[in-house]
Design a protein around this ligand. Structure first.
Ligand SMILES: Nc1ncnc2c1ncn2[C@@H]1O[C@H](COP(=O)(O)OP(=O)(O)OP(=O)(O)O)[C@@H](O)[C@H]1O
Length: 292
């Protein structure tokens, strides 16, 4: 269990903002921090990691105190059992993939984790290459592997897939889920992508102006309960095409591309990249067995 009760005065663009986060996160869960730019998401992760100190409060992780302002406890980032992955891969350019991972290994730690991660992240063919010769998706796989070398309890992901194109992002999401489960991690993600959040996380915490205002499953947070559809999915508009008198709106729902017919009046409300709810009121779905 992670118990966070932290306060920090931040200098936001509109003046001072008091960040005040009070929450508990179950061990082994995948949680997303969601909220507008400047709400304090990155600052919250930085305080968990020890890169930023709260003004007041307490952080305990699985019973161990990482920060306590009253008792003047403040473990350094190295003393906290965390892996941190950012949008910027921050790999050492002069080292190969293998050397980047080796560098993250503490002295005396068993070597076998390196081979295990190279296999799990499918980096075998790339291990002797330098990061500059790799694609963004490949570099992010290395960054993720490197974050796990120390076998952290907690994995912090600050928009790690935001710079990647959609196909690579979907593949990387699968890797994130795989390592989360395999290493029984407690994972905290920052993402703006509702499809990604719905696919990956069990719970979402909405941060607004430094405070958690809502908390729940992705379906509960992103579904508009005013729509009385029988089926509702959160998605993102990828494309809007005019076809004779109607429009075809292409929506990404988790890993599926769904095409929806819409009238001109409806389409006016939308643009590419908008987060939307796909709902259907009256249709009779059929159920089929999955054939591998
Ligand atoms: N060390 C600091 N001291 C004071 N204020 C800070 C500090 N770091 C960040 N801030 C301010 O705190 C506010 C919240 O920043 P933060 O990066 O946590 O937001 P965010 O929700 O992650 O935003 P985004 O989605 O754009 O990354 C910003 O206005 C920022 O300028």
């Amino acid at each position: 269990m992670i118990e966070l009760n932290i306060q920090k005065r931040l200098n936001a663009t509109a003046g001072e903002m008091q960040l005040q986060v009070n929450c508990q996160i179950e061990q082994g869960t995948f949680t997303t921090l969601y909220g507008e730019s400047g709400a304090g998401k990155t600052s919250t992760l930085r305080m968990l990691s020890g890169l930023m100190s709260p003004d007041n409060g307490r952080i305990t992780v699985n019973g161990k105190v990482w920060f306590d302002s009253e008792k003047r406890i403040n473990l350094s980032p190295q003393q906290r059992s965390i892996g941190y992955v950012f949008q910027d891969y921050a790999l050492f350019p002069n080292m190969t993939v293998q050397e980047n991972l080796q560098f993250a290994l503490a002295k005396g730690q068993p070597q076998n984790i390196i081979g295990e991660l190279i296999e799990m992240m499918e980096l075998g063919d790339l291990q002797n290459r330098k990061p500059t010769t790799l694609s963004g998706g490949q570099q992010q796989r290395v960054a993720l592997a490197r974050a796990l070398v120390q076998r952290p309890q907690l994995l912090l992901l600050d928009e790690p897939l935001a710079a990647l194109d959609i196909k690579i992002r979907l593949k990387l999401q699968d890797f994130l889920l795989k390592v989360h489960r395999e290493y029984k991690l407690t994972t905290l993600l920052i993402s703006h992508d509702i499809g990604e959040i719905t696919k990956l996380s069990q719970q979402v915490m909405v941060l607004e102006k430094g405070k958690i205002t809502r908390q729940g499953t992705p379906a509960a947070i992103f579904t508009d309960n005013h729509i009385s559809g029988k089926f509702r999915f959160a998605g993102e508009i990828l494309q809007i095409d005019k076809q004779e008198v109607v429009y075809i709106v292409t929506v990404l729902v988790q890993q599926n591309i769904v095409k929806v017919i819409a009238q001109e009046e409806e389409v006016k409300k939308f643009q590419i990249g908008d987060k939307v709810i796909l709902a259907s009121k009256a249709f009779n779905p059929i159920i089929l067995p999955v054939v591998d």
